[in-house]
Ligand binder design. Structure first.
Ligand code: CA
Ligand code: CA
Length: 400
């Protein structure tokens, strides 16, 4: 009997062996990405040296590379579904050749999903946006267990010139996705109005009539509520932050008695509320798109309901022209959320970032690029998955 088994076994091995030989599985394929500048760029100019990130949507494996002299990236990858993001920052000297005018600017682009089964070439047209000296340095939205009001956004002057901040606006989109089949679905404003950013809460730095400047290397902390959340009786011992010295807080007491006006911390002006079904500034523990902007005629901006929303709601949104946006970060619940659930256009933030775990008191913060004469300069390529990192303990005004 043993002999027969052995014979069958060796026959099987032979069959399997020959099968493997005849149908060798494809292990890798070649993916070529051809990047193109936006139409506004000088004809014939090529996007060289653009940073490209290629993420395998299943394994999470990340490949970072740069475009060659033809604006191309040739990669050898395993077949699968990929997300591509690309970005580059240009100095005014560089843009004088590319655009004919001297401005600091970014180009960004993303593609998702890119399905690669065989050798293929995919083209990606980049979008451009102006670079501002003000950046969102830290964004704390993920909160702590049983306490949701200790969030803040820190805005930093990343340039070497003082920047006016009176009448600076800050606003948030609908909350970030919790998963990829979220009942709220994709943010339909992105396809319907690609040149506007739609926000459901907007606040403004009050203007006293005197210009107010933020010096290079200094920051502005805007708290949801301006108290020492760690020790104040109205706070919570789980909170990681003291925001009693924030520059501004948000006070929106609707319905009455739900928010407290802390006298030591000046209030932001509430410029737009998409709905009265709320109080304070409920960004949500799953993040949101957060932007800062300047605009000339706020009251004339379009206000709309979300087109074709999965869940018809009463919330309205105000549309800010992309050209008015100074900086933005698209923050979401965790790293598995697909770019199809983005809230901010690619030209504002090419990708998304995340504090990874809600209710654990974590924030996202911008990575340090360099320190010049004691002044910290942060990474800013308008691509938050590259520019930001998780901060296990939120740290307003502490970045060294
Ligand atoms: Ca408040
Ligand atoms: Ca106050």
């Amino acid at each position: 009997m043993k002999k027969i088994y052995l014979l069958i076994l060796s026959a099987l091995v032979l069959v399997l062996g020959s099968c493997r030989k005849d149908f060798e599985p494809v292990t890798t394929v070649q993916l070529t990405l051809q990047l193109e500048f936006p139409d506004s760029f000088v004809d014939g100019s090529v996007p060289k040296g653009v940073e490209v990130m290629l993420r395998n949507n299943i394994t999470g494996e990340l490949l970072k590379t740069k475009t060659d002299d033809q604006g191309k990236v040739v990669s050898t990858v395993i077949p699968g579904t990929y997300t591509v993001t690309a970005s580059k920052a240009y100095s005014p000297e560089e843009t004088s050749e590319l655009l004919g005018s001297e401005v600091e600017m970014f180009v960004n682009g993303n593609l998702s999903p890119v399905i690669v089964n065989e050798e293929k070439t995919v083209s990606l047209k980049l979008k451009s946006s102006r670079a501002g000296g003000l950046v969102i340095r830290e964004f704390y939205y993920s909160a702590v267990t049983s306490y949701l009001y200790d969030g803040f956004t820190e805005i930093y002057n990343n340039s070497n010139e003082p920047i006016r901040i009176d009448s600076l606006y800050i606003g948030s989109t609908r909350a970030g996705a919790t998963n990829n089949t979220s009942a709220t679905g994709p943010y339909n404003f992105l396809t319907a109005y690609p040149e506007e950013v739609y926000l459901n809460q907007v606040f403004m730095v009050p203007s006293t009539g005197q210009p107010r400047f933020l010096e290079p290397g200094k920051s502005l902390v805007i708290a949801i509520s301006g108290l020492n959340h760690k020790s104040d009786p109205n706070g919570n011992k789980n909170s990681p932050v003291d925001l009693g010295d924030a520059d501004f807080e948000v006070f929106w007491d609707y319905p009455t008695g739900r928010d407290i006006d802390y006298p030591e911390v000046p209030n932001m002006i509430h410029a737009f509320a998409g709905s009265t079904a709320g109080f304070d500034w409920n960004i949500g523990i799953n993040g949101a798109g957060m932007v800062i902007f300047n605009t000339k005629d706020f009251d004339k901006l379009p206000v709309r309901f979300e087109p074709d929303a999965k869940t018809a709601g009463t919330t309205q949104y105000i549309g800010i022209p992309v050209s008015d946006i100074i900086d933005g970060v698209d923050a979401t619940a965790n790293a598995t959320i697909l770019l199809s659930n983005k809230r901010l256009p690619v030209s504002v933030d090419a990708s998304m970032t995340t504090a990874e775990v809600p209710l654990k008191g974590r924030s996202v913060r911008r990575k340090v690029k360099t320190v010049i004469n004691g002044r910290t300069i942060f990474v800013d390529t308008n691509n938050s998955s590259a520019d930001f990192e998780v901060n296990l303990t939120p740290s307003p005004r502490k970045w060294n």
